[in-house]
Design a protein around this ligand. Structure first.
Ligand code: SF4
Length: 361
């Protein structure tokens, strides 16, 4: 397929209207196409039978209904975790993970191929930065996940009514740092939220950042109330700078101050993600310092929740996973000091689909 064809998922409703205007099509046809893409969610012009045959052919020959090429699908957790490896038009890798639960389904979407942030515990960081996803490349991952969900449910229970089963949550926690690709990422959120199109509620989105302060402050001013998760991983600057080089630019105090601004403006609770590494950041004294950071004696407590994540092994890293006793001790100190926290249930470890394990293969 020629790469100079426009990817329809990259085009806003206005850009679709402009394309059809140039083709001499009436304006209402662009609205019909938008509904095909985001309400009927079809990527096959042959099924658009309300269009004349000539228009269907022209769409098939001169546009692209997506650009991601599936390289491999891996399944784990009895098929309930499904990771797809994509190849982008220039050959860069991308990954998307669908996690199916009895009552809900979450897709973990990538916003960049590779990542420039170099967190030491992360497989994606080892790839370096390769590519900023376009809005269409982000949206395609979500639409794939919904089709995959329906196909899985139909195969596992042919009697079930699946037409209305939808994704429950979209989390931007795959490859990349979304705030490094803010404009494209936010365009994809607005498009997927559009009540005239895909119609996903804003509270069903979660964006995860490594702690880019300008992105946090920008998100605080957005109209859509999407959820924010911040990868903190330690309350100590020296250790955080060693684990996550971003901390040299935005140290812990500045990050916490920006988070306070965010919670005060939005009145929304943030999640702090804390990957536990054995004898690195899982000592009870660190839990105490974390509690003091989030519930300081001289200011109101930060509106937050801590997600403790037992680290998933990444080959070639000299780190080890905290054992269960250390995880529970850490959690107990936080709880004792009034910090709400949970230990995340793991999915997809066997197919390297868990947090920090996405590395394009
Ligand atoms: S943890 Fe996130 S921000 Fe850090 S290197 Fe990995 S993908 Fe990038």
């Amino acid at each position: 397929m020629s790469s100079d064809r426009p990817n329809l998922y990259d085009l806003s409703p206005g850009a679709l209207a402009e394309l059809f205007r140039r083709w001499g099509e009436p304006a209402y046809r662009a609205k019909q196409l938008y509904r095909h893409l985001y309400v009927q969610r079809t990527a096959d012009p042959a099924t658009m039978t309300d269009f004349p045959k000539a228009l269907r052919d022209r769409l098939a020959n001169e546009t692209a209904f997506g650009v991601l090429r599936k390289k491999q699908l891996l399944t784990g957790d009895d098929g309930m975790t499904r990771k797809v490896l994509w190849t982008l038009p220039g050959g860069d890798p991308l990954e998307t993970v669908l996690m199916i639960y009895p009552d809900r389904a979450t897709v973990c979407v990538s916003s960049q191929s590779g990542c420039p942030m170099q967190c030491v515990f992360c497989a994606t960081g080892k790839l370096g930065f390769l590519h900023d996803c376009t809005p269409g490349e982000i949206i395609e991952q979500v639409l794939w996940a919904e089709r995959e969900l329906k196909a899985f449910l139909a195969a596992s229970n042919p009697q079930a009514k699946i037409e209305n089963r939808r994704l429950s949550n979209i989390v931007f926690m795959g490859m990349g740092e979304p705030f490094n690709n803010y404009d494209n990422w936010w365009t994809s959120v607005e498009r997927l939220h559009d009540p005239d199109g895909y119609d996903m509620g804003a509270r069903n989105f979660t964006v995860s950042t490594v702690g880019l302060v300008p992105g946090i402050l920008r998100l605080a001013d957005e109209a859509l109330p999407v959820n924010l998760a911040i990868s903190l991983h330690t309350p100590d600057d020296d250790l955080r700078s060693a684990m996550m080089p971003v901390n040299k630019r935005y140290p812990v105090a500045e990050l916490i101050e920006a988070t306070r601004t965010y919670t005060e403006k939005t009145r929304r609770r943030v999640s702090f993600e804390y990957v536990l590494l054995k004898e690195k950041n899982d000592f009870p004294e660190q839990a105490l310092r974390l509690a003091q950071l989030l519930r300081p004696a001289d200011r109101p407590p930060l509106l937050c929740h801590v997600n403790l994540i037992p680290w998933n092994p990444v080959p070639g890293t000299p780190l080890s996973r905290s054992d269960r006793r250390r995880v529970l001790n850490f959690q107990a100190v936080l709880k004792e000091h009034g910090v709400p926290c949970t230990v995340r249930v793991e999915r997809g470890v066997d197919i390297a689909a868990a947090c920090g394990q996405l590395a394009g293969g």
